[in-house]
Design a protein around this ligand. Structure first.
Ligand code: FRU
Length: 539
């Protein structure tokens, strides 16, 4: 969120800061909401059916994603008193598979040091912090404290700083460290937030990265409590159309070769390719102190130009799970499926926002250099129901699927390969309803671009920024065969093209369910084959 919006929101919500008594009331209220009969929220217009969304009220960034003791934890920026942004708490949910989630009571409340902004969580396996109990490793949350009075006062700049909290009961209850903040804002930088921590096996210390307006700061610590500044990075590289937020530094290996690299994720708002909030990435090396871009990669991301994890408009502030077991080995990512351009005015009533489906991030060495591919996690396959095969069809015009194949496609997964397309064909998947509203996603051969078109997909008057144009995305792959893999939920589409080389996530708000799915090709012809699955909901 940019500073101006933050300031306005802060002014509006300043008076709403909670004292301890009302915090307890909130806990009671949230528990009540989470035990509401599932069918109540199953019915709501636009309620995601297989994406994580809060039972009620406002959510933004995913926070503190960590795997511990057979549970995936998702914490998230949460305001339990309204469907717009306000004094931030960490909401909490757990899952066995990242597909079905159980809502838990709020994990972290605002306190005298401020609201609880975005951050991360780690398992402190060796009890470096000393917060472990009975031989069990503690969970440590590392987050930004955002002090609202300071934020509202233009003479005060050091109102954001990094703090920690620990849990000895699998994240159910948390104690804030009495020595907070652990990284004070001594240079008084206004945007100084969103710490993500990783254990660096090579330098045998914890490494924290967070965003400082237009660059990143790296800190190191032996115990998660005492932090030393290591380096700064980012002024010279990547997109800078807005403020940098929610970074992550993570170790990774190149698929197939095992070569070691470090990935960097940096969210940016505004300044994304299709406007508003978006997430770019970088690939390089980290020597325990400094991050250095891969030389080839550096050429592709001079200052002002980014490479993006997702070219849609609705994947922001995403980072990856900490402590995924070695045997699993995946780098698992989730983002916030919205955009600060309109997040607070989208037409959902009881709650606002959802998370993207979890994605596995794979580092490949391509002829263009290192590239991150994102693929839907395999756990989602368990949602598959009835399916329809498309066996080598020559497509021109429209091929109705739901009607002809007798499947219910309101929630669906489409896997298509397309070959031998004519030079000017534009083809893909369309979903429609009886109101004539339509959402289309596909490939435009003349432009060598993917596109997502929500310009006629229902409600958009809530924000002139929502459906102003069709969203293009470059095709990065040069394979002859074009591969489309799309997930449709009640109010979103996620495209993983060419095995995840180009990704697009967009939300939409039809006035009636999009219950008809068709394939289309206009301006030319294409041979398609593949499979379309009905998906079950997770309730
Ligand atoms: C990103 C962000 C973070 C901040 C949080 C506040 O969406 O602006 O930088 O910590 O949201 O809710």
């Amino acid at each position: 969120m940019n500073r101006f919006i933050l300031l306005i929101l802060m002014l509006i919500t300043l008076n709403a800061c909670k004292n301890e008594v009302t915090q307890k009331e909130e806990t009671a209220k949230v528990v009540a909401v989470t035990t509401t009969n599932k069918s109540d929220y199953y019915q709501e217009a636009y309620r995601p059916q297989f994406h994580f969304s809060p039972a009620a009220n406002w959510m933004n960034d995913p926070n503190g994603m960590v795997f511990f003791d057979d549970e995936y934890h998702l914490f998230y920026q949460y305001y339990p008193d309204s469907t717009v942004w306000g004094p931030m708490h960490w909401g909490h949910a757990v899952s066995k598979d990242m597909v079905s989630w159980e809502h838990l009571p709020i994990a972290l409340y605002p306190d005298e040091l401020g609201y609880i902004f975005s951050g991360s969580a780690v398992v402190d396996w060796n009890n470096t912090s000393g917060f472990g109990k009975d031989g069990q490793p503690p969970l440590i949350a590392i987050f930004t404290h955002h002090e609202p009075k300071g934020a509202a006062d233009e003479n005060i700049n050091d109102y954001q700083y990094q703090s920690i909290a620990y849990s000895n009961d699998k994240g159910r209850t948390w104690t804030k460290y009495e020595g907070n903040p652990v990284v004070p804002n001594i240079n008084k930088i206004k945007d100084f937030r969103d710490p993500k921590v990783v254990w660096n096996e090579d330098s045998k210390q914890w490494v924290m990265v967070f965003a400082a307006y237009d660059h990143l700061k790296f800190y190191g610590s032996p115990n998660l409590k005492d932090w030393t500044h290591l380096s700064d990075w980012g002024h010279q590289y990547g997109a800078h159309g807005g403020v940098w937020e929610c970074p992550e530094l993570y170790p990774t290996t190149v698929e197939g070769t095992g070569e070691k690299k470090w990935g960097l994720i940096v969210s940016l708002n505004p300044g994304s390719p299709n406007s508003g909030s978006g997430t770019q990435y970088f690939v390089g090396d980290f020597d325990g102190k400094n991050f250095k871009l891969d030389p080839q990669f550096a050429k592709d991301v001079p200052k002002g130009k980014g490479l993006w994890l997702d070219y849609g408009r609705d994947n922001y502030a995403g980072v990856t799970f900490s402590d995924i077991p070695k045997e699993d080995g995946r780098r698992l990512f989730m983002g916030w499926m919205s955009n600060w351009d309109y997040a607070q005015v989208v037409p959902t009533e009881k709650w606002r926002s959802a998370a993207t489906i979890p994605r596995s991030m794979i580092l490949k060495k391509t002829k263009d250099g290192y590239r991150v591919y994102s693929q839907p996690i395999k756990e989602l396959e368990k949602l598959r129901g009835k399916s329809a095969n498309i066996t080598g069809t020559s497509l021109t015009g429209t091929l109705e699927i739901s009607k002809n194949k007798g499947i219910n496609t309101t929630l669906s997964e489409v896997i298509l390969t397309a070959e031998n397309h004519t030079a000017n064909s534009k083809f893909g998947v369309a979903i429609t309803n009886s109101k004539g509203e339509i959402y289309r996603i596909g490939y435009d051969a003349a432009k060598n671009q993917y596109f997502s078109d929500r310009t006629k997909a229902g409600k958009s008057a809530f924000s002139e920024k929502f459906a102003a144009s069709i969203h293009p995305a470059p095709r990065l792959s040069t394979d002859k065969t074009i591969k489309l893999h799309v997930f449709f939920d009640a109010a979103s589409a996620e495209l993983f093209a060419d095995d995840g080389a180009t990704v697009m996530t967009d939300i939409f708000f039809p006035t009636e369910d999009f219950n008809q799915l068709s394939l289309f090709s206009e301006g030319g012809e294409v041979q398609v084959k593949g499979k379309i699955y009905e998906l079950n909901d997770v309730w």
